[in-house]
Ligand binder design. Structure first.
Ligand SMILES: Cc1cc2nc3c(=O)[nH]c(=O)nc-3n(C[C@H](O)[C@H](O)[C@H](O)COP(=O)(O)O)c2cc1C
Length: 174
């Protein structure tokens, strides 16, 4: 394996503190494009990705997520971009497809110096009437489920190193 790429994998951390300035269009494009190259079940490219930079919509999404989580804080950590991943509920493997997209984007983000963090609860957020309405306003087709989201932006501060990996995480059978 390419040593640099292995280093990217090993040094990616969930970022929970972001600078307020917006990332560049080139950076956003690079991250989103990496998502589109994720493997998908039967090669169907079933997922859809929505990157939200709009301030009012980010505030609304944060409030929707916070309500489900039962907190008053912003679950997307006030990041300048929220990236949402959807997949058709009747796709062969919607969660697995969407998860591959999310991971590709997190690694791509880290490789160009951006911070990201997987944010949960989009399934519930987009099962609501308001969630469906937002999806429609973004031009998404009917029948999609929320799979997951990312907070994305320039990290504020340096992340701590990853915890040691657990004993017996993998084994090799020869
Ligand atoms: C399915 C999934 C859901 C997650 N949901 C959240 C979340 O809602 N909020 C959050 O801050 N981190 C969330 N995370 C990030 C994990 O907490 C994080 O990956 C874990 O603590 C390990 O830290 P690291 O990513 O820095 O290695 C989620 C991660 C996964 C894979």
């Amino acid at each position: 394996m390419n040593a640099d790429f292995l280093e990217i994998i090993k040094t990616r951390r969930s970022c929970r503190k972001y600078r307020p300035d917006q990332i560049t269009d080139e950076e956003l494009q690079a991250v989103l494009e990496a998502g589109t190259y994720a493997p998908t079940s039967r090669g169907l490219q079933a997922p859809f990705i929505v990157a939200v930079q709009n301030e009012e919509q980010r505030a609304e999404l944060a409030a929707m997520n916070a309500e489900i989580m039962g907190v008053a804080s912003n679950p997307y950590y006030d990041a300048p971009v929220y990236v949402l991943v959807f997949a058709p509920s009747d796709a062969p493997n919607p969660v697995q497809d969407g998860s591959c997209v999310l991971e590709n984007m997190m690694l791509a983000a880290h490789s160009i110096g951006l911070g990201s963090c997987w944010i949960h609860r989009e399934k519930e957020m987009f099962a609501t009437e308001r969630g469906r309405c937002l999806m429609k306003s973004w031009g998404l087709p009917d029948g999609l489920a929320g799979i997951g989201g990312l907070a994305l932006g320039y990290p504020q501060g340096d992340p701590s190193p990853a915890k040691p990996r657990k004993e017996g995480y993998f084994r090799i059978v020869r």
